[in-house]
Ligand binder design. Sequence first.
Ligand code: HGY
Ligand code: MN
Ligand code: MN
Length: 428
Amino acid sequence: MFSENGSKIKIMTKITSNLQIDSARLWDTIHETAKFGATPKGGVRRLTLGPEDKQVRDWFKKACEAAGLEVRVDALGSMFGLRKGRDMSKAPVGLGSHLDTQPTGGKFDGVLGTLAALEVVRTLNDAGIETETPICICNWTNEEGSRFAPAMMASAAYVGDFTTDDILSRRDADGVTVAQALDGIGYRGPSPVGTQKLSSFIELHIEQGPILEAEGKTIGVVDSGQGVLWYDGKIVGFESHAGSTPMPLRRDALATLSEIVLAMEGIANKHGPKAVATIGEAVIAKPSRNVIPGEIAFTVDCRSADAAIMDALDKDLRAAIVEIAARRKVEVTLDLVWHKPPTHFDAKLVDAVENAANALGYSNQRITSGAGHDACNLNTRIPAAMVFVPCKDGVSHNELEDATQADCTAGANVLMHTVLAIAGVASE
Ligand code: HGY
Ligand code: MN
Ligand code: MN
């Protein structure tokens, strides 16, 4: 299921040429695909496996085939565009990201990495370059985890963290399963997950944070990534009359949640700055303006690059909930639904990214990824690394998400030369 090479890959230490991607073409494709799910505020709403995702997948498949790639779709809908290399006995070097977005997503999250991978292929085609090892561009299904949990779902199944059947049975808020959604857009591919071998993987992504912009750096050499804890929570209090129930007798689920939110914020700050946490979803079961909320479902997202801090976040959050629940005489359950340990990317590949950035003359610095990415999953099985570029004000998962053409171009050039350093150039 995985590349036999492991991290015994040979990496050229210096880049072979000053080959540059076609900046205007990359920028045009980013804006062309942004129309699939375009929102009035200039963002993109392209939930995984929905109609807009089908539109961009169809576009991507056609573009890959037009670039001479052999396109395969696996059982979870992940798409692979294989470009032949001189030695087809070698597992290809992977590059890419995801094309699904958050409900209030932007034009660049995931899209930049996937379309930059396509641009790398187009540039190698234009230059008549054949790589020694084949390369394979990837669009991973459901990186966002917004419609179906967990995030980075398909790459997690690819590395064996979940079975394909487990993922196919996951349901969205309307009860639709991943299997039904895949069939609904015709992207439940024939090949079992993991059929497409990869010897390594490089992902270009916007930073989704403020550091590179604040430091005035063009490239982020990502050497690590935060670990993630996702929980599903449920509070059961007691519905009763909003007017006639005396305050001391109330078992108010929303007031309970409000205390949990502030307790969790305090816990993250206590363990900060290397800890973050939020409650992104909260649904009152039977909302009514004159009924005291009796039942609420909520989700928690905690992260840290330090495994010990992750353990402390879990311990402190559970202790706080026990105390609040007892005092308010309500029942609170908290189920851990996803635990992704912190990522430490492959040192040799991280160096290759840094070498490419330096050789191309781009200012750069080492950085930890605050967000999760498919490369974080892949790195548990094959060598992986990431390239970051700044995004405006560090904003992402917001329709205002923005980046510059120059930075996107720089990121794609570093991606291309990193991939060439790994795959090798057979002929040009
Ligand atoms: O949640 C994440 O970090 C990613 O954006 N899906
Ligand atoms: Mn992303
Ligand atoms: Mn995202």
